[in-house]
Design a protein around this ligand. Structure first.
Ligand SMILES: C=CC(=O)SCCNC(=O)CCNC(=O)[C@H](O)C(C)(C)COP(=O)(O)OP(=O)(O)OC[C@H]1O[C@@H](n2cnc3c(N)ncnc32)[C@H](O)[C@@H]1OP(=O)(O)O
Length: 332
């Protein structure tokens, strides 16, 4: 590796944001005790917000986006890592406040890294990425609150997206009956292959409904928030559990307390960004155990680093199925 490295760079001139594929000197890398040669990164919904500037995801400029990366340790003064270790990173404000993974090199705090589960290649880990690891946290939350396959059907919203695809595959493998909600009926075959038993149109959840509706779901994984989540709350079974991790349909939550005080429904919040390290490692162990790696190819679109900007627009428009991975070196 030479003295320069390639990266997507977001700059701001005080009035407007610009994004380009840049070549940067290594001495501009931020502080950190571990330097990683990035093999693969991803484009998540959040990265697309950062690249397009649709939401104030980036907290300081210039910024290299990319909330995920997987690669090989090049230099380390952290006792937990040595050169040659295969590692991955999800979240911790990387790609928002600290230079991220859409680059050939990343320098970060070793405390943010976790060892790659040996069953996965670096590329497979990024086919999963933050979206898949968030899905695993959601499944763990349902289990922690006592939901089992015998409890009844589990609803997954935004099912053809990154979080929804992995949640559907994980839950189906664990024996749950999954009802998948999607705005893209053309992805029904894809969702059935991931293990969904029923496909429901997103329109069924979009309009204001009653405080309490027919009891349908024992569990739910929700990426939507907003009116969708309100309707999910209203249609949970007695003592049902919802793992809420996203806001694709909005930040608001126009819900009443009725599902919580009359049906004992639990709304479990899932944050993948600052989630403690041990829980992350457990989520990745669960992915290694419970996710069929042969499904990852169908879930993943691979795009080169220099195509990230145009793909970010498609991702925001909801036109990307499953996951987007960004191979950066030949080492996978
Ligand atoms: C990837 C997860 C994270 O980034 S977690 C990081 C920390 N959390 C956050 O930053 C919260 C904000 N992030 C989000 O809300 C998420 O990025 C996400 C959970 C909403 C989505 O992540 P995902 O990777 O699954 O995004 P996709 O673009 O691949 O899929 C989104 C899915 O939602 C559908 N959708 C879009 N708009 C709406 C709407 N108004 N109502 C309902 N559903 C909506 C979208 O079409 C996709 O599903 P589909 O099956 O195609 O309908």
């Amino acid at each position: 590796m030479g003295t320069n490295f390639k990266a997507i760079l977001i700059e701001h001139d005080g009035t407007r944001q610009s994004v380009r594929l840049a070549e940067l000197p290594r001495d501009r890398l931020p502080e950190g005790d571990v330097t990683v040669r990035v093999a693969c990164s991803t484009l998540n919904y959040k990265d697309a917000l950062a690249i397009t500037g649709r939401s104030p995801v980036v907290r300081q400029f210039p910024m290299i986006p990319g909330i995920d990366f997987a690669g090989t340790v090049e230099e380390s003064s952290n006792a937990d890592f040595k050169p040659g270790d295969r590692v991955l990173l999800n979240g911790w404000g990387v790609g928002e406040r600290h230079w991220g993974g859409l680059a050939e090199i990343a320098r970060v705090k070793g405390d943010w890294l976790i060892p790659l589960e040996p069953i996965f290649s670096l590329a497979q880990a990024m086919s999963i990425g933050t979206a898949g690891y968030t899905a695993a946290l959601c499944v763990m939350a349902l289990e922690r609150h006592g939901i089992t396959p015998e409890s009844g059907e589990v609803l997954v919203t935004g099912a053809a997206g990154g979080v929804g695809s992995v949640a559907t595959a994980l839950l189906a493998k664990l024996g749950y009956d999954v009802a998948a909600v999607t705005g893209r009926p053309e992805e029904s075959d894809y969702l059935t292959k991931l293990g969904a038993k029923r496909i429901l149109p997103r329109s069924q959840f979009g309009e204001p409904g009653k405080p309490l509706a027919k009891e349908e779901w024992a569990g739910a994984v929700d990426v939507a928030g907003g009116q969708v989540l309100a309707n999910v709350c209203a249609s949970m079974k007695y003592r049902g559990v919802i793992a809420a991790c996203g806001l694709a349909a909005g930040m608001g939550l126009p819900v009443t307390v009725a599902p919580f005080i009359l049906r004992g429904v639990t709304l479990a919040g899932i944050d993948s960004v600052m989630c403690p390290r041990e829980e992350r490692r457990e989520a990745w162990r669960r992915l290694a155990r419970d996710l069929d790696p042969s499904l990852l190819d169908a879930m993943t679109e691979r795009v080169p680093l220099d195509a990230c900007v145009s793909v970010a627009d498609r991702l925001i428009a909801g036109a990307v199925r499953g996951r987007v991975s960004v191979p950066i070196s030949n080492e996978q």
